[in-house]
Every structure is written in C-alpha cells, then in structure tokens.
Design a protein around this ligand. Sequence first.
Ligand code: RAM
Length: 920
Amino acid sequence: MKIKFLTLFITLLSSSFLFAQDVNNRAITVKELRLEYHVNPKGIDVLKPRFSWVLLGEGRGRAQTSYRILVSSSQKALDKNEGDVWDSGKTASNNTNQIVYNGISLTSNRTYFWKVKVWDESSAESNWSQTAHWSMGLLKFSNWKGLFISHDVGYDKTDKYNSLYLPPARYLRKSFTPAKKVKKATAYTTALGLYELRLNGSKVGDDYFAPGWTDYNKRLYYQTYDITESINQGENVIGAVIADGWYAGYIGYGLLVRLDKVREYYGVNPSFMGQIHLEYQDGTTEIIATDRSWKSSQGAIREADILMGEVYDATMENTGWDAPGYNDVSWKKPKVYTYPNGELQVHPGGLVKNTERIRPLKITEPEPGTYVFDMGKNIAGIAELKVQGPKGTKIQLRFGEILKRDGNIQTENLRLARATDTYILKGDGVEVWQPKFTYHGFQYVEVTGFPGKPDLDAITGIVLSSTVNDASTFSSSNAMNNQLYENIKTTQSANFFDIPTDCPQRDERLGWLGDAQTYMRSATYNADVAPFMTKFLVDLDDAQRWYGAYPNFAPFPYSRPAQYSPAWMDAGVIIPYNMYKVYNDTRVLEYMYEGMEKFMEFQADASTDFIRPGGGNNWGDWLSVNETTSHGYVGASFYGFDAKLMAEMAEALGKKEDAAKYKTLFENIKKAFVKKYILDTGYTSEDTQTTYAFALYFDLFPEELAQKGADRLAEKIKKNGFKFSTGFLGTKHVMLVLSQYGYDDLAYKLFKQTEYPSWGYSVENGSTSIWERWNSYTKDEAGNSDLNGKMNSFSHYAFGSVAEWMFLHAAGIDTEDSGYRNIIIKPAISKEMDFINGSYKSINGHISSAWNWKGNKLIMNIEIPVNTRAKVYIPTSNVSNIKEGNKAISKLSEIKILKSNSKETVLEIGSGNYVFSTKI
Ligand code: RAM
C-alpha cells in the first residue's frame, strides 16, 4: 500500500513536472531591456526615463496582458524583489516600450537596478527578466565643481584664406592619491573642443570624438565613465588631451567659399572640464575636479583638425605623462576659461565608436615609394599605422575614395579638406599609432615615407560610426541588389557620425537636412537610430532660425541669413514624424512641437492662397538628370506633406484641435495645389517623374485622377528606358508610388537596372558605397574626368533611400500604427525576382518576411514577434487555394481572413512563424 502510494506520488510528481516544463516552454521570456533606447546606460539625465523590452515565446498568438517593473537601489534589494525605488505593481497593459518611469525622484550619481516580468494572453506569469541597470549623471548645478581649463597657443590670423592654422593639442594632467580604500570611482568629463580622457596610462572608455557636436552656445554634453577598476590605491594620474574639433577647428565649406569665419565658429581655445567622484569604502566621498592645481603642456600631437588631419611627432612624446611617477615640473598652470551660456547635459545618442577593424586587401606601388593600401570598401574612420624604423622618419598618410588611371589616389574631390596624417617615428621598436581628432572618408590609404617596403600589417582600417547596422537583413535573387544593400549600409555607417552628415570625406560633412529627411526611414531599417536621431533632433531644434524656418543643415555654425530650403527645412517635421511612426516615440514630438508649429506659421506666412513658393536656397530635386522640377512645385508639395504629418502628430499627442486645424490646412493646400499643378487629364503641369511621385505620395492628387497620374508616371519611366530622371528627393518617392499604385514589376525593373542612371550602374562600376551623383564615376573615366574632381562624393547616403522601398515593399514590412505593434506584411510579389528575404528588428521585436517562387507556387515565410499582430497580403483572390504549412487556412483558427478581392486576400495573424503557399 505504502509502495503504491509512493509510485502514485512519483507519477503525479513527474507528470506535474512534465506539465510544468511544458508550461515553461510556453512561458514568455523578457529580453533586451533598454532604458531611453540604451542597454544599461551610464549617466543619463532624463528624469522620467522610458523603459522597453522585447518578448520571446513559443507558439502563435502570444501576447502580454500585464507587466510589472521593479526598480531598486541595489542589486541585493532587487534580488529580494524589493522595488524600493519603484514598483509599478502588476499593470494591465500590452505596452512593451515607451513606458515612463514613475517612482521616487532619481538622484545624481546613483545606480539603479531593474527587472520586469509579464503575464501572457492566458494570464500565465513569466519569470523575472535578467537585471538591467542604469546610473544618473550630475543633475544639479551644485554637483559641478570643475573649471574649464586649458592654455592659449597664440597665432597670426592675418592670412586666414591662404594658410591653414592648425594648433597643437593641449595636454592636461593631475596626480592624486585616494585618501582611503575606494569602493567606486566615476568620471564626469567634457570639453569645449574634442578630448580623450586618460587614466594611469590608458584611454578611458571606447569613445571617439567626445563630447560630440552640438550648438555649444546652447548645450554641451558630458560623459560618464565608471573608472573603479582602474584606480590604484597609491598615486593615480588623470589626464586629458584636447583639440579644436567642431568647436574651434575648420568646419564644412567655410574656407572654400571664404566665409568671414573659416574656423573658431564657437570659440578659440579648446578647454577641458570634469571631475572624479571617489566613493570610499567607509561611505565618505571625495571629488577631484579640474582646477588651477592641474598641469598643462603640449606634446606629440602637433596638429589636429577634423578636416585637415593630424600630425604626430613621436619624438616629442612626454613619455609617461598620463601615468604615476612622471615629473611634471616643466608643465605650467592651466588657464581657466568661462563657459558662456549653454546647458550641461548628457548626450542622448551615444558617441562615435570603432565598429570594425579592416585588414587591407592589397598594396600597390604606383610610384616608387608610394604605397596604396586598398581597404576593400569606402569607409569613414582612420588608419592605424604599424611601423618600425629610425628616429625622425616621417610617414605621410593620404586618403582617397577612388584611384586614378595611374593607380594613384584621387584627392581632388576632397576640395579643401587636406585629409593628411603625418607620423614621425621615435625609433623605439614597433610603433603603433592612431590619430585621435581627425577622420577621413576613404577606401584607399596612400603611404609615403615608409621605411622599407610595408606589408599588409602596416595599415589597419578603423571604421568609426555612431550606429551599428544590425537591425535588418536583406537578400534577393539578384546579386547586384544584394551588393547595393551592402553599399547602403556601408554609406550609412560612414555618415552616421555624431550627426547624419552628407559625406565623410570632403570639406563638408554637415548635417544636410534634405539628405537626412529623405533617408530617415531607410536608416531606421538598417540600424536602431532612435537615440542617434533623438540627439540630432536637439541639434535641429537648436538650429531653427528665429523666423521659424529650419535651416539647410544642423548644427548650423555659420552666421548667414536666409539659409533654408524647401525639402531641406521640412526635415523638422519629417524626421520627428518617423521617430513616432517607427519607434512609437511621442516624447520627441512633444520636444519638437513648439518649433514645428512655428515652422508651420513661417510657411503660412510665406504662402499665398496656400501655395508655398520655392524661396530660400532652393535646390529643387537636387542632382536630378534630364528633367527639372520647378522649385515652386517642390515648395508647394512639401508644405502639403508637412500639414498632413502635423495632423497625425497632433492626433498622437492628443491635441485634437490642432489635428483638425492641420487637416483643414492640408485640404486647403491640396485644393490650391490641384488647381495650380494637376491637369484634368491626370497629368501634372510639369510632367516630370518627380512631380508625379510627390503629388501621389503626399496625397495631393484628386482621388479620381490618382491612378491616371500613376499610369502616366509608369509610362514616362518606360519611355525613358526603365530609368530615372530624378534626384535626391524624387527617386525614393517614385519607387514607393509605383508599388502603391500596382506597378511592382516596374519598380523592380528600376531596382535591377544597371544602365546609367541607376543604382546598378554604380555597383557594376565596382562601387562599395552610394555615390552623390548617378554618374559619379565610370570605369572608363577612372577618376580622371572633370566631374570626378569637383563636387563629387562616393559616400553620400541620399540615393540609398531606396532601402525604404526594399523593406516597405520588396520584403513588405511596414507598421500600420506606430512602432510595429500592428504590422503589415505586404511584399511586392513579382516575377521580376525569384525570391526576397527580409528581416527587421523593430522596437516590438523581430519581424521577417521572405517570399519565393516554386514554379507558379508562391511561398511566403513570415515571422511575427510576440505581442504584435500582422495583416498579411497574399496576391490571390482564391482563398481556398492558400495553405499554411500543409493545411487550408480556413482550417486554422489562429488565422483570420479579413478580406479577399480580385487582387488579394488579406489575413490577420498573431505572433509566430507561418509558411503560406498558394498557386498564382
Ligand atoms: C551638397 C551637400 C548635400 C546637399 C546640398 C544641397 O553640398 O553635399 O548633399 O544636400 O549640397
């Protein structure tokens, strides 16, 4: 009896164990915890930060019905499930992002620990997530003790247009000895200019180009570094190397066009400010702040300028200057500078990092002693030099994107960016050197002065970027298009450099807004650009002109009047809108709203009867070929688009009256626009490809004429040999509109085109990046043509805006609402491709959409993340013909048939993996 009972007990136990396991398999797991879009950010200053996470779970139709967030002051408390800082309690909500912290007020210099659990669709509770953490920066003025310190290096400015002024870097150091045993040490540092923080002989952190570019008159970002591990119990040395950077150095085309100021747009002398917080084990604290007791000197960096390059004389190194035991008697007292008006804040985006190290493919020697290293792709960054040779040997590095026919690098298109680095050897074994305060756009590195013959180890490509392109994958049956996708990512990486620059190589590198707005949605598919763009919108808001226009680029360091342009200034509305659409971010809309309203007023003021004229510097559909769209048309159509987006954003913010106001404005603009530009035949009055693309995409065509307009666009493209006549603005809109109006086949023809002008033309000419112009280069001209030497960049992301179409249409991944909670899977299925595979890591999780043909059978592989739903468009009217796996869809309760018409069948599905097939 006893034994029987025991067996029964064991059976029960094991079956309940099995059952539990089954439940466990189905349990949702919570991953990718983020705060303000960052993983475990150090030193934030958002007082009500936002949480997000991603859910994983087996099966289909999985969802979150509630969550509970715990925030604790220590890991210990969190482990005991004590939310002593915030316990959200079980909160009925399906939100997994943009969840606003609502606990006690957060304190300077504190670390917080958090975790989250969720309840699923059947109220089953998940495990706690792993612990995440963040720390707060220095939030109050009274927390700051540091002074801005540096020293002057006088110079003669009289010949500013004909000679470069490139001052040496300044070095600052301070020796200190902690009084007691250190529990935690944190550095809060910044500079007007650029700085590298050093501690006990090493660089602190892995940032480049700190503290980033802002309008320094309005704000300056500081960095927070946890330096606990590097602090010694005895002597320590904290140091900083500082250079001009964007603050005091050459920026953009100022020198080229001989602006009144060619450098020093924000200030003359770079200076450093910061402090170290030492928390001792006994609970007491000490602060080591920049002050007059620091020491200041010069060193090996003789010149350092973003555009011009760096000169490093290793014979002038103050060996050991940033480590204990150094004698600094010859160093001077620093000078103290005042920081004028701006705020001291935390960089919302994160700084530039080294995202990849590249070994060169080969070395050529076009002339004796001139070695050209081919890095294999056109990147932004620097070259690390490794060399051994006699003291005083001078090596020069120059950079080019293409080669001339004779094998030498072409530098003409760099214009006045000298882009030259020099290293002078100390002659002390193997020397490895990287510049700190310059960067270049290049595929080729020219090395001269090298002692002996260099091998491939002599140069390493250090790719620098603010973002990592890991949000998507894309492949198709057309190899050229796959290379195009790589080229787009390479160029995005090269230009997402603290701000979205137009190009990384010549004397420009400015945050050009026409480029940025046209590319914004594409950028979101390739990388998580939410933090990067949050920062850039601050720049954009800061750069808004007093009269309401957004400028041509941001930050805007030049003091020129009327610097705005239709389709460039509209970035002030289009970029925030996309932040909302893609990341469900309404906070950024709130931040921008007042400025956007002012911008709308500026436009209203400039308009007559709801037609906004060209005005400002109007570049129209910049770099279009063979067709010109009038500036008036660009101005008027973008005004309509702005009104439409403003209505949607006002709605998202719950501003009902404003939403109605902008809806009415849009209708009025549309009426006026139709009257002026759309003919009864369905043609536009200008009849260019771009005019159709704008009017249709911006919803400015009368409904009854829209299809006719699209037909005319298609006809024009066919007549043009399946080629574009569009520029920066028109191109992507042509693609989007063709797919919207039933011309997927035609869109693929353009996508696959290899004749000029097309993307394929650049790929076939060996490009590894996106060019500024449709015809930037041809193999025949091989870098020798006039065009190649003038305004011509081989790393300009604007034409890469086709990525938007590749994901929205070719792969068919879109969001119906904001933030991909309600997903649309509507691939552009066409016989022009055998297959397309696309995936995208949205803020709500991983989405993938792949389709291929097996004869006449269409197969669609789809993955929808937990807690989201999708509408899937299958291009057949025959519902009974659609299978999922090997079952008819009508047999599967988790698949809802929403509608079916002559064109397509629309299904609704929940999370999970699906394989649909149908005969077409
Ligand atoms: C060029 C820039 C940019 C473009 C403007 C109009 O110099 O490179 O790409 O937006 O001009």
